[in-house]
Design a protein around this ligand. Structure first.
Ligand SMILES: Cc1ncc(COP(=O)(O)O)c(C=O)c1O
Length: 402
């Protein structure tokens, strides 16, 4: 078989995106304005939710979605339940939002938080559960929502990797109280760098728009000063002293707006979204359906009948008893043109930044196993079924050589 190259990710920049970028540059209006608004409207429509708030990264989307809790009595140091295995941004975001992450192990088969272990992690300080739909596979949301309801908690989905994922017919990002997406280049709808928070709660939408802009008092869904060619907003100056609501700060805010150039790329991506999604999903399923041939040494996730996996990437796990290491598999794949990423790590016990929380290696056996034995490879729109066949063949050659 001829050598091929399968890079981990790609980005599609459409002609519309290029035109919108040129127009924005020409107009000199490049900070968060009408293109961001349009991108948000399209993102919300795609998911069938009321609100989409665009920010500068998926991590910021995670942070802001959690920071909303401060408006409802949550205190610094209160707890958020998260899976032990995720891209480290999930745990970082909990801390940056002023909370303490409480980690729960994952299930080996789904790579997602183990719902059976959540209740034991709830304390009087718990405010929310933040499931991560890792590798685009939806978490077990019915159970998670039921636990949250019973205990008076919010559910904040980390849907960074779950563009296009469906759980019982409903899109990831519409399954909890709030959700956070990343639109970084590795993801299906991309803006280069960026993120989006989605929710059906309009009050949360107002708070999120304030949070992304320093906590200011403006509450309009559509800012006329940023989206229209007007310079005067009648709502701005209030009271005898001429106080300006743009400089009245109701809460501790952040500075993480998306800009117009990023939104332009995102609007372009929306035009080709369904095409890209199909191609990526076809690639993913092609491999998943043929993966049993590598048993008992390698495994991956499965698409079950109640769901559609958001085709982010293909996880590959080296099972116990396999006569090779992850380092050997990685080297083989990389030397044959297939870029790899590790399958993250157990945040509390394999990422040194979280050591101060006092967790001990061995507490999260499944997450830790993935941290030592998992990789993932790309399924993006610039590769096709022949490339997936090539990846399968490289895996076959590797396994059979051992
Ligand atoms: C599960 C998860 N959460 C959060 C993020 C953070 O997104 P970003 O890199 O856009 O900050 C990522 C990154 O892609 C991710 O995979």
């Amino acid at each position: 078989m001829l050598k091929r190259t399968i890079p981990f990710g790609t980005i599609t920049i459409t002609d519309t995106a290029k035109r919108l970028i040129a127009e924005a540059l020409e107009s000199k209006r490049i900070s968060c304005g009408k293109l961001v608004r349009e991108f948000e409207d399209r993102f919300a429509a795609l998911l069938g939710v009321k609100e989409a708030i665009a920010v500068s990264s998926g991590t910021d989307a995670d942070i802001l979605a959690l920071a909303v809790l401060h408006d409802f009595g949550a205190k610094r140091g209160d707890e958020i339940i998260v899976p032990a295995l995720s891209f480290v941004a999930t745990g970082n975001a909990v801390l940056h939002a002023g909370f303490t992450p409480v980690f729960v192990d994952i299930e080996r088969e789904t790579l997602n938080i183990d719902p059976a272990q959540i209740e034991a992690a709830i304390t009087p300080k718990t405010r929310a559960i933040m499931p991560v739909h890792l590798m685009g596979k939806p978490s077990e949301m019915d159970t998670i929502n039921a636990i949250a309801k019973k205990n008076g908690l919010l559910v904040v989905e980390d849907a960074a990797e779950a563009h296009g994922a469906l759980y019982k017919g409903k899109p990831a990002g519409s399954l909890g109280d709030l959700a956070a997406f990343s639109t970084y280049v590795a993801h299906i709808i991309t803006t280069g760098e960026g993120g989006v928070i989605t929710t059906n709660n309009e009050q949360y939408g107002e708070i999120l728009r304030s949070l992304r802009s320093h906590g200011r008092n403006c509450t309009c869904k559509r800012c006329i000063m940023n989206t229209d060619e007007v310079t005067y907003c009648a709502k701005r100056f209030r009271g005898e002293g001429g106080e300006d609501i743009r400089f009245t700060f109701d809460r501790i805010g952040y500075s993480c707006k998306m800009n117009e150039l990023e939104a332009a790329i995102g609007i372009g991506a929306m035009e080709v979204y369904h095409e890209i999604l199909k191609k990526r999903h076809d690639n993913l399923i092609h491999v998943l359906e043929r993966f049993d041939r590598f048993a008992p040494y390698l495994s991956t996730i499965k698409e079950e009948s109640h769901e559609r996996i958001g085709p982010h990437a293909i996880p590959i796990i080296i099972n116990e008893g396999a006569p090779f290491t992850r380092a050997e598999l990685t080297r083989h794949m990389e030397q044959n043109g297939i870029e790899t990423r590790t399958l993250f790590a157990s945040m509390p016990t394999q990422c040194p930044g979280f050591a101060y929380l006092g967790y001990k290696l061995g507490q999260f056996p499944n997450a830790e196993y993935m941290g030592g034995h998992g990789i993932h490879i790309g399924v993006h729109q610039d590769v096709g079924v022949e490339d997936m066949e090539y990846a399968l063949e490289m895996l076959r050659q590797f396994v059979e050589s051992k």
